[in-house]
Design a protein around this ligand. Structure first.
Ligand code: MTE
Length: 317
């Protein structure tokens, strides 16, 4: 079960785009565009047709954490996703359409005052949606910038009323091998991720419900995903159905799949290479350009203190 299979991102340099498919940079606002193999998705076609929360978008921008870089054009981002439940291709948007995202219930359980289940639309109505423009650094050494809409994870933590002994938050993705073909295989499904309580209650930790000013596409992890921008992208668990509070560190999907290569903390650090490649630089998705990677993906002034006293932990894998 814990057999390690090569991941999509390890296919060396496949995502590097032939110049022949460069798009007109000016036409795409900024950042330019180097498309991978495969056609440009008519992304709008995959947007939620009748999402009950659609009228709540676009939400007001919260610019407390400046991205400092141009937003990656939606059509680039929307055809370059990791959602392994639906296959190993980056061009996964069409396959992900098989996921039914309404009705959608999130179970909140474990060490909480009162375990409960909450429908996604009730959850969305109970918070104030805002937009945040976050950098995203994938462990495979590419990066992008996305305008996410959502709410701080700490609002969900407060709502859950965790018991004082709770030390970690564990997140779980849906499990439905009928719609997600890879879940019929041997990987340790469902996808699980985790954060410490200190990380989960940090203002930067964001629960995402929308992207690019509308309910997010299924391939982005509709109807609810996580984004912790100082960590590698594999922490950003998609299509969450369960949030549990626990005093034990959750064993994550990637720790189970490849424990020598992927850890619990996964903080971005250019000085700590992945066992099989450097993390010193990153390709800016859609541009073909590389830039130096920054510790904590540039969010260190806000998050470095979370790791004081934890120096013996493998914080960067
Ligand atoms: N969540 C689930 N459930 N399944 C996945 O395969 N892939 C992770 C993360 N969350 C993944 C997931 C990885 S490896 C990355 S890099 C990001 O989602 C990709 O997010 P994006 O497709 O929005 O860029």
């Amino acid at each position: 079960m814990h057999y390690f299979r090569r991941k999509g991102w390890e296919i060396a340099e496949r995502h590097v785009t032939p110049e022949s498919v460069f798009l007109n940079r000016r036409a795409l606002l900024a950042g330019g565009a180097a498309l991978g193999a495969g056609a440009i998705l008519p992304h709008a076609a995959f947007a939620q047709a009748a999402d009950p929360s659609a009228s709540l978008y676009p939400a007001k921008l919260n610019d407390t954490y400046p991205a400092g870089r141009d937003v990656t054009p939606e059509k680039i981002n929307a055809q370059y996703n990791n959602f392994y439940e639906f296959g190993l291709s980056k061009n996964i948007a069409k396959a992900a359409e098989a996921l039914k995202v309404r009705p959608w219930t999130i179970k909140v359980d474990g060490m909480v005052e009162k375990p409960r289940e909450i429908g996604i639309d009730d959850l969305i109505k109970s918070v104030t949606l805002e937009e945040r423009i976050y950098r995203h650094r994938c462990v495979e050494a590419w990066s992008m910038v996305a305008p996410w809409t959502g709410f701080p994870l700490k609002s969900l933590v407060e709502m859950a009323k965790p018991l004082s002994g709770a030390k970690f938050v564990r997140f779980e993705t849906f499990m439905d091998p009928k719609v997600a073909p890879e879940q019929r295989g041997f990987w340790p499904w469902p996808y699980v991720e985790g954060l410490t309580m200190a990380e989960a209650t940090h203002d930067l930790a964001f629960m995402v419900t929308g992207a690019y000013g509308k309910p997010m596409a299924k391939s982005f992890g509709a109807p609810l995903r996580l984004h912790t921008p100082w960590k590698y992208g594999f922490k950003h668990i998609k299509s969450i159905v369960r949030v549990s509070f626990t005093d034990k560190r959750p064993e994550t999907f990637w720790e189970q799949s490849g424990p020598r290569e992927y850890g619990f903390w996964a903080n971005v650090n250019p000085a700590v290479p992945h066992p099989r490649w450097s993390q010193a630089t990153e390709e800016i998705l859609g541009t073909g350009e590389r830039q130096k990677t920054v510790l904590f993906n540039g969010y260190g002034e806000w998050v470095a203190d979370l790791y004081k006293g934890l120096e013996k932990e493998p914080l960067y894998m």
